[in-house]
Design a protein around this ligand. Structure first.
Ligand SMILES: O=P(O)(O)OP(=O)(O)OP(=O)(O)OC[C@H]1O[C@@H](n2cnc3c(O)ncnc32)[C@H](O)[C@@H]1O
Ligand SMILES: [Mg+2]
Length: 168
């Protein structure tokens, strides 16, 4: 089977390859059609769905996966949130969210000013491309859960739902 993932981010591609190890995985640029930094569950989830549909349009995969990172308020505090969507050629959509952790106040303050989390994390950790590697979730969990690990769980949730409802 062939699967297309709507991103060139290596952490996202590696997560899909991990869960679909027996299949052909292709990466395609796919716009999320939401803000660069989604600010709610609803917006982040929509970004994942849009990426999946746009990826399926642009490539030849049988199914497509969109993974989107965002942040969301719980009361006045900001949490990391991530969403995934799997779409099929017959337009069925499966969605799932990933683990969430609280962001420290100094990170949240920068995000409220309009900065993107990827850029804030690079400055905070004095590293480059944190978003393509361990991610904010990796940094703030002492690297027990990397961005790839978190997305692997999301993709398992997508694959499992798709198998339950569509396969056999
Ligand atoms: O190339 P794409 O697929 O766009 O990958 P991305 O790293 O930009 O990831 P998203 O667009 O899905 O995430 C939206 C924003 O949130 C940032 N972000 C989300 N989760 C993150 C994490 O765990 N670590 C660092 N940045 C993160 C990301 O860099 C973007 O600024
Ligand atoms: Mg992005």
């Amino acid at each position: 089977m062939s699967i297309v993932i709507g991103s060139q981010n290596p952490a996202k591609i590696a997560a899909v390859k991990d869960v679909f190890a027996q299949d052909e995985v292709m990466a395609a640029d796919a716009p999320s059609q939401v803000s660069d930094q989604p600010f709610s569950d609803a917006e982040t989830r929509l970004g994942a769905i849009n990426r999946a549909f746009n990826a399926l349009k642009s490539a030849s995969g049988e199914i497509a996966i969109g993974l989107e990172g965002g942040i969301m308020y719980v009361d006045n505090e900001l949490y990391l949130c991530n969403w995934g969507a799997l779409v099929t050629r017959n337009n069925n959509i499966f969605t799932a969210s990933g683990a969430r952790i609280l962001l420290p106040v100094e990170i949240a303050d920068e995000l409220k000013k309009g900065m993107e989390l990827g850029d804030v994390m690079d400055a905070y950790a004095k590293k480059q491309d944190v978003r393509k590697k361990e991610g904010a979730i990796g940094i703030f969990t002492n690297e027990r859960i990397s961005r790839q690990d978190m997305f692997v769980h999301v993709v398992q949730l997508l694959r499992g739902q798709w198998e339950y409802w569509e396969e056999t």
